[in-house]
Every structure is written in structure tokens, then in C-alpha cells.
Design a protein around this ligand. Structure first.
Ligand SMILES: CC(C)(COP(=O)(O)OP(=O)(O)OC[C@H]1O[C@@H](n2cnc3c(N)ncnc32)[C@H](O)[C@@H]1OP(=O)(O)O)[C@@H](O)C(=O)NCCC(=O)NCCS
Length: 167
């Protein structure tokens, strides 16, 4: 194992400030006005699906999920934010965080995941563009960046409508 190898672990609950710093580095502080944040405001991330990547005692990656409900009917996970420290990008950390968490989400019985992000990247872990008009976000989102992945086959078939906050 090289000195730069990272390890992916469940969040331990004490790294909150380090995660905020990493997200500011990755997205800038303006991240807080994005539509996805409207769905997160006042709602806690799902602890059981929050993962961190470490090199020694330095946090180098973070992935969290929030619960959302579509048309007040269908539960879904909102993936993100996902961020990896600049110095270890391109070493598979982002994909490793997502594969670990998505596998856990499936084991826990979650059926569908949505996110706002770059399709060419997230397609690597099975995400695809949501068909136009199927989902409505509570604010502007570039339709090319609204993506979903079924964790249970056919679980997006009937789903349609407004994505809302849970809680
Ligand atoms: C996006 C991000 C999480 C990727 O993390 P990472 O650990 O470097 O990603 P991985 O090592 O798992 O994957 C790297 C591969 O994905 C590709 N990739 C990375 N970001 C991409 C993007 N936005 N679009 C398309 N491909 C992308 C890389 O070119 C690389 O390709 P290669 O394997 O063919 O060389 C990281 O760059 C980051 O934190 N960026 C800033 C925050 C951000 O934009 N997050 C959400 C993305 S919408």
C-alpha cells in the first residue's frame, strides 16, 4: 500500500467540520444556494449511508445521502454531495465511495436514487438521465444533469412528479 492510499469507512460522526471544509474546497461556498440544498435544508443526512475516505487522519473524500419523497408517494435517496480532495482525484475514490454506499443502500431496501450531476461520470455507477418531465425539482436544474438509478428493477417505472423534502 502506498503512502497515498485512501480507505473508505462509515462516517464516524466527528468529522463534520472537515467535511464542510472539503465541500467548500470542491464546490465553493456558493454550493449552498443550489436546488439540491433546498431538499437538504433542516433535514439530517442518512447516517447509515454516510461514508468518508481517509488518508491517515486527513479526510480526503465524503459522500452523503438525503431522504426525499417524490409526489408525496415514492421514497428515494438524493445522492450527494460527493467530494474528493484535489490531491487524490483520479484514483478511484469517488467511485469507491459510491459503490460502497449504493451497495449498502440496496441491502437496506432502498429502491431508487436520484442526483444532480455530470452524467458521463455518474453513468460509471449506473446512473442515467431522467426522461424529460418525469421528475420536477423544487428549483431550476439543468435537465441533462438530473439523473437516477434504480436499486430495484423497475422501481422508477411508475414514479413521476415533484421531488420534495422529507421531514
Ligand atoms: C467528481 C469527483 C467526486 C471525482 O472524484 P475522483 O475520486 O477523482 O473520481 P474517480 O477517481 O472515482 O474517477 C475518475 C474518473 O472520472 C472522470 N471524471 C471525474 N469527474 C468527471 C466529470 N465531472 N465528468 C466526467 N468524468 C469525470 C475522470 O476523468 C476519471 O476518468 P478516468 O478514470 O477515465 O481517468 C471529484 O473530482 C470532485 O470532488 N470534484 C469536485 C466536486 C464535484 O464536482 N462533485 C460532483 C460531480 S458532479
Amino acid at each position: 500500500m502506498s503512502a497515498q492510499s485512501y480507505c473508505v469507512q462509515p462516517e464516524n460522526g466527528i468529522e463534520t467540520q472537515q467535511i464542510e471544509d472539503l465541500l467548500d474546497e470542491a464546490f465553493g461556498i456558493e454550493r449552498r444556494v443550489l436546488t439540491s440544498y433546498r431538499l437538504r435544508e433542516g433535514v439530517a443526512p442518512l447516517k447509515e449511508l454516510s461514508y468518508a475516505a481517509w488518508i491517515g487522519t486527513t479526510l480526503v473524500g465524503s459522500l452523503r445521502f438525503w431522504p426525499v419523497r417524490i409526489e408525496e408517494t415514492w421514497d428515494a435517496l438524493l445522492l450527494g454531495p460527493l467530494a474528493v480532495a484535489t490531491r487524490i482525484r483520479g484514483q478511484g475514490c469517488g467511485i469507491a465511495l459510491m459503490e460502497t454506499a449504493l451497495s449498502k443502500a440496496r441491502d437496506l431496501g432502498h429502491e431508487r436514487v436520484i442526483l444532480v450531476g455530470d452524467e458521463p461520470y455518474y453513468a460509471r455507477v449506473g446512473f442515467a438521465r431522467v426522461p424529460d418531465g418525469k421528475l420536477i425539482m423544487p428549483g431550476y436544474v439543468d435537465p441533462d444533469r438530473l439523473l437516477c438509478r434504480e436499486l430495484a428493477a423497475g422501481s422508477m417505472d411508475e414514479v413521476k412528479g415533484l421531488v420534495g423534502r422529507v421531514g
